[in-house]
Design a protein around this ligand. Structure first.
Ligand SMILES: *[C@@H]1O[C@H](CO)[C@@H](O)[C@H](O)[C@H]1NC(C)=O
Ligand SMILES: *[C@@H]1O[C@H](CO)[C@@H](O)[C@H](O)[C@H]1NC(C)=O
Ligand SMILES: *[C@@H]1O[C@H](CO)[C@@H](O)[C@H](O)[C@H]1NC(C)=O
Ligand SMILES: *[C@@H]1O[C@H](CO)[C@@H](O)[C@H](O)[C@H]1NC(C)=O
Ligand SMILES: *[C@@H]1O[C@H](CO)[C@@H](O)[C@H](O)[C@H]1NC(C)=O
Ligand SMILES: *[C@@H]1O[C@H](CO)[C@@H](O)[C@H](O)[C@H]1NC(C)=O
Ligand SMILES: *[C@@H]1O[C@H](CO)[C@@H](O)[C@H](O)[C@H]1NC(C)=O
Length: 489
């Protein structure tokens, strides 16, 4: 067949198909979602409901079809129960299953979907290298993420690295970092730690002078980890922590801002993107029962973001399928292990979806996400700022290199207000003494030593009224050093 003939015949096919378009998708498509009990009313569940609500309301992706969801809650660590719930949903006629994010439950649900040819949309870290026919996973593959960490380490010229991981599977997750040829010349110290051993493991790193640390802790233990860094005083410019969480912006880093410790991490959702910002703004308004999808204004955690995107991906896949296939209703059950004959073409259409989600560009290969974008964030004096990007196949592009070199600590001058008090602070009155050299004494020597150790400069000044500071009982105003402090807060 020549090209002209091919085009002509596909044109005829298009014409033939046109009148049926309205009928190829049923007016209601049922989908199922499975959450663990602790995810009830969580931002992830809300993101799922919101995504469905939005698609049904806007009618842009699916003008004539309504998505109808069924949500089931299952206990964590109970795959039997979870499987039963999934079978109920199958019986009910769902044409896709979303979740759960728990890796073990996820695997069980997946084997049901796989046996019955039902698309399974997931957003979980999957360490199983085997290809999965009926799974579409929005979570970037670990091998790609490890490539991103490696590129950053290379950019930073790290030669001696500590890796702290928490979950048992952390070793499987991060071992490529240790084994790759790139890291051959690198000295890597791999340690598992939990809240009971953070202190011990971190002090060991401190004593071995390991200053660059990759941290893979559980989100709910992050606070504890950060506190331990502070307690061990491993929070100055000599240290660099690369966190593997995508949610670094949701943690309280207030105590770290001013001591120049290097903290870097990737985020998946670029809230500075105009399109993303608009979607987040709409999400912020949708809060049934006081729960929110966003963690704080303009910040969404990676899990709900991926959940939102997975519903979008499903809807777009459904729409493209509509243009060439009819979607037959799923009339199947777990007992009669007879697969759904519509499942294979649906999963193929979902697999070929290419779109931009709130988690960046989306593209799959055999159900695994191969296209996305990570923002490289670094803690600066006032906040976390974006200093670069990483993309699969492109690598790291640091746009603010100064953030990594600039000895910002040396360019900070603290003003130290003091008062003359023998033997702590005394003064030379001769004219040839200027600036800080006018002062001497115990406190002056101590300050000099601290400044040298920490790395800041300072200017000593005497309090004008020569008072420590007391409150005027009538006006309520303070004088002396206290007043100077209050003036500059
Ligand atoms: C890494 O080493 C190269 C070559 O010595 C140097 O040009 C670059 O500035 C270093 N990068 C960092 C972040 O220190
Ligand atoms: C931390 O960042 C500062 C610049 O902000 C840099 O001078 C220092 O070398 C960094 N330390 C590490 C361990 O990367
Ligand atoms: C925001 O994130 C933090 C840490 O990840 C978590 O502890 C907190 O509960 C979250 N808050 C909301 C409202 O989602
Ligand atoms: C579903 O399948 C069962 C058994 O295969 C059959 O008896 C029933 O009629 C089917 N229902 C529909 C609506 O196709
Ligand atoms: C890096 O990012 C900048 C700014 O976004 C862009 O102009 C530049 O082309 C990028 N470089 C590479 C190698 O992609
Ligand atoms: C110190 O900071 C000032 C502005 O705050 C800037 O003009 C100056 O160039 C900086 N000096 C160094 C050595 O970075
Ligand atoms: C200032 O002059 C005095 C003597 O008048 C001398 O002892 C001292 O060393 C001088 N100090 C400086 C910093 O030059």
């Amino acid at each position: 067949m020549n090209l002209g003939c091919l085009l002509a015949s596909s044109f005829v096919l298009q014409l033939l198909r046109l009148p049926f378009i309205v009928e190829t998708l049923p007016s209601v498509v049922k989908i199922g979602a499975i959450f663990t009990h602790d995810q009830k009313d969580s931002s992830t569940e809300l993101a799922f409901k919101y995504a469905v609500y939005k698609i049904n309301k806007d009618k842009i992706i699916l003008p004539k079809t309504t998505l109808e969801y069924d949500i089931q809650y299952v206990p964590k660590d109970d795959s039997f129960h979870a499987s039963k719930k999934a079978c109920q949903q199958v019986k009910h006629g769902v044409q896709a299953v979303f979740g759960p994010s728990d890796p073990i439950l996820g695997q069980h649900i997946h084997s049901i979907c796989d046996a019955l040819d039902i698309p399974h949309l997931e957003a979980r870290l999957d360490l199983d290298a085997e290809a999965k026919e009926f799974s579409i996973n929005l979570h970037p593959a670990q091998s790609l993420l490890n490539g991103a960490y490696q590129d950053v380490m290379e950019f930073l010229n790290w030669t001696k690295v500590g890796i702290i991981y928490e979950e048992d599977y952390g070793l499987v997750k991060l071992r490529e970092l240790v084994r790759s040829p790139k890291s051959r010349e690198m000295e890597v110290h791999l340690r598992q730690a939990d809240p009971d051993s953070y202190r011990q493991v971190l002090s060991e790193m401190k004593s071995k002078e390991i200053r660059n640390v990759i941290v893979d802790t559980r989100p709910d233990h992050m606070h504890h980890f950060l506190r331990t860094i502070l307690q061990l005083q491993m929070n100055d410019y000599k240290y660099h922590y690369l966190f593997t969480t995508f949610d670094i912006e949701t943690f309280d880093l207030e105590d770290f801002k001013y001591n120049f410790v290097n903290i870097t991490a990737f985020r998946l959702v670029d809230a500075d993107d105009v399109g993303v910002r608009g979607i987040l703004r709409d999400m912020e308004r949708y809060q049934p029962a006081g729960n929110t999808i966003l963690n704080k204004s303009k910040v969404i955690q990676a899990e709900p973001a991926l959940m939102f995107d997975s519903v979008q991906v499903f809807a777009v896949g459904l729409r493209t399928l509509e243009q060439s296939h009819a979607l037959r209703p799923a009339n199947i059950s777990c007992e009669l292990e007879h697969p759904w004959d519509g499942g294979l073409s649906l999963i193929n259409y979902i697999n070929s979806v290419e779109m931009k989600g709130i988690s960046g560009p989306i593209e799959f290969k055999e159900g695994r996400r191969i296209q996305f974008k990570l923002d490289l964030l670094k803690l600066k004096q006032h906040s976390l700022v974006k200093v670069g990007e990483w993309r699969p196949g492109v690598g790291v592009n640091v746009t603010d290199t100064a953030a990594f070199y600039e000895a910002s600590s040396a360019n900070v001058t603290l003003i130290v207000i003091t008062i003359l008090e023998t033997p702590y602070v005394m003064m030379h009155y001769e004219k040839n003494y200027t600036g800080n050299s006018r002062f001497y004494g115990f406190c002056v020597d101590l300050l000099e030593a601290v400044a040298r150790e920490v790395g800041f400069s300072y200017r000593l000044e005497l309090v004008p009224d020569r008072k420590y500071g007391a409150r005027d009982p009538e006006t309520g105003e303070w004088n002396g050093i206290v007043r100077e402090l209050m003036r500059h807060v």
